[in-house]
Structures are given as structure tokens and as C-alpha cells.
Design a protein around this ligand. Structure first.
Ligand SMILES: C[S@@+](CC[C@H](N)C(=O)[O-])C[C@H]1O[C@@H](n2cnc3c(N)ncnc32)[C@H](O)[C@@H]1O
Length: 244
């Protein structure tokens, strides 16, 4: 995982003191000199917003991607169906990323606890989600942490379902410019069994894992194999929890 920093945009008239305060609040280094670091991920703050700068990529302003189109599908969305989501349920999105799935789940009536290991991505996404859909802020909490640590938190509120969308292996997907910046940044959890097992210890109804095309579902010892649901394009493994 690449380290992160916070920097004021060159065209910004945002006072440096505000950007510095943000860096301090996020416990990230404040950088104002140019050129910007090439071995770290920047949150570039301007008066009107924020961009994520991943070395080798163009600075990215947060946008919801295809999620608004999925919102129109309502209960027919493949993830909403895989979770069998009921309004008001709390979903722990263990791999928040850019928050597109969280955006869909929030609009479908879920309360979302989004967990993202990378500090720059976590803040960028939380801010993007809230500024794009301020009416859903009350239903969203974002924690910058590893999902394994959050799942082990004894003070965790009741969780109905856990959703896990790990970064797919590069060779299993057609390159997608939307996710290219995350590839350079992200935490990579490919050994899913432990994460799924921890999630099964917490979720009341289900644990849903997004699968790469052709990927077999993760196997978890002492747990029945998951159901496979979704479409040809998007497949999920659904582990049903025993009622508790
Ligand atoms: C494929 S992206 C998730 C995309 C997301 N579903 C969306 O709609 O934008 C995976 C993200 O999960 C994060 N991640 C991977 N393993 C993690 C873990 N164990 N705990 C917390 N975050 C993790 C990565 O840093 C990355 O940002």
C-alpha cells in the first residue's frame, strides 16, 4: 500500500492553514513544494473540492461512475439482490474503495459502514459520497482501517451483512480506467478465507463476495460452500449465516 500526503492545489486559493489542518486531522504529511512526490498518493485540495493523485495517473475527482445507473435498477441491481437487502439493514462494506457499491446500497435504503484500508482513498471516498448525496450522510459511516480489525471490534454495531469486493487479479479482467488508479494504491486482500471467516462471525444474515470472472468462490473451513448469484457479467458468492 502506497503512503499518502495532503497538498494544496496550485490553482487553489484555499488557505494553506486549512489544508494543513486537514493533513493533521488525517495524520498525513502536508506537502506544498513541487514537484509532488512520485512514491505516494496525494489528496490535492482546492477551494472547490479534492482530487486523488496516484503516481502515473491523472488526478481523479470523485464521481459515482455507473452507480447512478444501477440506482435506477433499484431492487433488480445484482448486488442488492445478492444481499437480499431490506431497507434499514446495516451492511459492512469491508472494501469501500471508491464507494460505488456503497452509493448503490445507500440509495437502496441500507445503512453502510464502509471500511477502507488506504487513508487517502477512505477520506476521498467519504467526502465524495457525502458531497454527492448529502441526504444519505446520516446512513453512512466510513472507517479507515483494515476490515479484519473492524470485524474484531467488540463495540461494532449489529451488522446484517458484510460485503467484500477485493481487487481482482490484473489478468482476470479487461483493463478498466475507472479502477486503474486504485491498482497503484490499494490494499490487496487475495487470501479471502480468513476475511470471510471473520465476517461470518459478525454478520447476522449473509456475507457476499464479488468474484472475478471465472474465479471460484473462496472456501472457508467448517462452512458450507456459498451460493453463486448474479449475472454472466457480475457474479457474487453468497454465504448464508445460520440464524442467530
Ligand atoms: C476493488 S476495490 C473496491 C471497490 C468498491 N466496491 C467500489 O464500488 O468502489 C478494493 C478496495 O478495498 C480496499 N481493501 C482491500 N483489502 C482491504 C482490507 N482487508 N481492509 C480494508 N480495505 C481493504 C483496497 O484498498 C481497495 O480500495
Amino acid at each position: 500500500m502506497l503512503p499518502a500526503y495532503v497538498a494544496p492545489s496550485l490553482e487553489s486559493d484555499t488557505p494553506h492553514s486549512e489544508v494543513q489542518a486537514l493533513a493533521q486531522a488525517l495524520s498525513l504529511p502536508f506537502v506544498c513544494q513541487r514537484p509532488l512526490p512520485t512514491n505516494a498518493v496525494g489528496l490535492i485540495v482546492s477551494h472547490g473540492g479534492m482530487r486523488l493523485l496516484v503516481p502515473g495517473n491523472r488526478a481523479l475527482a470523485w464521481h459515482a461512475g455507473f452507480a447512478p445507473r444501477r440506482v435506477q435498477d433499484g431492487p433488480r441491481d445484482a448486488l442488492v439482490r445478492a444481499l437480499d437487502l431490506r431497507p434499514g439493514e446495516r451492511v459492512l462494506d469491508a472494501t469501500l474503495g471508491l464507494g460505488h457499491d456503497a452509493f448503490v446500497l445507500l440509495h437502496a435504503g441500507a445503512r453502510v459502514l464502509g471500511v477502507e484500508a488506504h487513508p487517502a482513498v477512505a477520506y476521498f471516498t467519504a467526502r465524495g459520497l457525502v458531497s454527492t448525496a448529502p441526504e444519505l450522510e446520516h446512513a453512512l459511516e466510513v472507517r479507515c482501517a483494515r476490515a479484519e480489525a473492524v470485524l474484531a471490534d467488540p463495540a461494532l454495531p449489529p451488522i446484517d451483512s458484510v460485503y467484500i469486493d477485493p481487487l481482482f487479479p490484473r489478468e482476470s479482467t479487461v483493463p478498466n480506467p475507472m479502477w486503474a488508479p486504485l491498482r497503484g494504491v490499494a490494499e490487496n486482500t487475495r487470501d479471502l478465507s480468513a476475511l470471510v471467516a471473520a465476517a461470518l462471525g459478525v454478520a447476522r444474515r449473509s456475507v457476499v463476495v464479488k468474484l472475478a470472472p471465472g474465479e471460484p468462490p473462496p472456501s472457508v473451513s467448517h462452512t458450507a460452500p456459498p451460493r453463486r448469484v448474479g449475472s454472466k457479467r457480475t457474479q457474487y458468492a453468497v454465504f448464508d449465516c445460520v440464524a442467530r
